[in-house]
Write a protein that binds this ligand. Structure first.
Ligand code: SLL
Length: 266
């Protein structure tokens, strides 16, 4: 199952933004303002049932990993990964300092593992994710050659990264690793569904924009009509005023003439 909950990704980003290393002892360094570099990764586990080779404490062999979505070497931005296993394992804290960033073990139960990903720039706060190492998917009996796969796609976004780190990220060649022995079982996180979603979103926005444009045009037309109406009303009012004033003047003239015609008018 491929899951990349948008809220979780945003949450991670916010947490990391708040952690920008700027303590009093932090060395002065320039950052690339308004840059956001997105680094995709996949974390998860793959578990094989041991079948006839199983014993009471070792029913499954599993691998827990952080990998590139398309088999790329994550060394271009990941410094090391610390896997914190269930305390029933010997040395439950496993630090992996070079790719592939993974741990393989045999065990009998499912548990929640904490994966802490440290970045090449030590001032970037490590990303911590919890992952349940799944051994069962509800099918019984399990097939020994068909693993239980639980993987999640995620993206680390470095906002305003330090200049040197930004250059490293941009110049990274993102080498593909040697094909992984478990390659055939990894989930393919294709871009296609995402591109399709983006195209649909684009079409939706364009549609909304057209609707808004249409109603603006309609409103403009109505405003034009209202203006015309208002202008002719004002013109009529003006004409009525003029007419009333002319009538009044004429009346005054008549009254004046009458008075002048009276005998004894001086
Ligand atoms: C629980 N979910 O809540 C279980 C814990 C722990 C699994 C499972 C150890 C293997 C070993 C192992 O598989 N632990 O001893 O080598 O209790």
């Amino acid at each position: 199952m491929a899951d990349a909950p948008a809220a979780a990704v945003a949450g991670v980003k916010r947490e990391r933004d708040e952690a920008k290393g700027t303590g009093p002892m932090a060395p002065p360094s320039t950052r690339v303002k308004d840059a956001a570099v997105c680094c995709p990764l996949v974390y998860g586990s793959l578990a094989f049932w041991l079948g006839r080779k199983a014993d009471e404490f070792h029913t499954h062999k599993w691998t827990l990993f952080v990998r590139g979505p398309h088999g790329e070497d994550l060394g271009y931005f990941v410094e090391k990964v610390v896997f914190k296993l269930h305390p029933s394992f010997a040395q439950p804290v496993r630090e992996v300092t070079k790719p592939p960033f993974e741990v393989s073990e045999k065990g009998w139960g499912e548990f929640e593992c904490h994966i802490r990903i440290h970045f090449k720039d030590p001032t970037e706060k490590p990303l911590e994710v919890a992952h349940i190492v799944k051994l069962y998917d509800g099918t019984t009996p399990q097939a020994a050659n068909q693993p239980v796969v639980s993987e999640f796609y995620d993206e680390v976004v470095f906002t305003d990264p330090r200049t040197e780190f930004h250059a490293e990220l941009m110049n990274a060649t993102k080498q593909p690793m040697e094909p992984h022995p478990l390659n055939a079982h990894f989930t393919t996180f294709e871009d296609a569904p995402e591109v399709e979603t983006l195209v649909k979103a684009g079409e939706y926005v364009a549609g909304q924009l057209q609707t808004v444009k249409d109603s603006i045009a309609r409103l403009d037309h109505q405003i034009g009509l209202a203006r015309q109406l208002e202008q002719s009303r004002a013109a009529q009012e003006h004409a009525a005023h003029q007419q009333a004033a002319a009538q009044q003047a004429a009346q005054q003239q008549r009254a004046q003439a009458q008075r002048a015609a009276q005998p004894g008018y001086k």
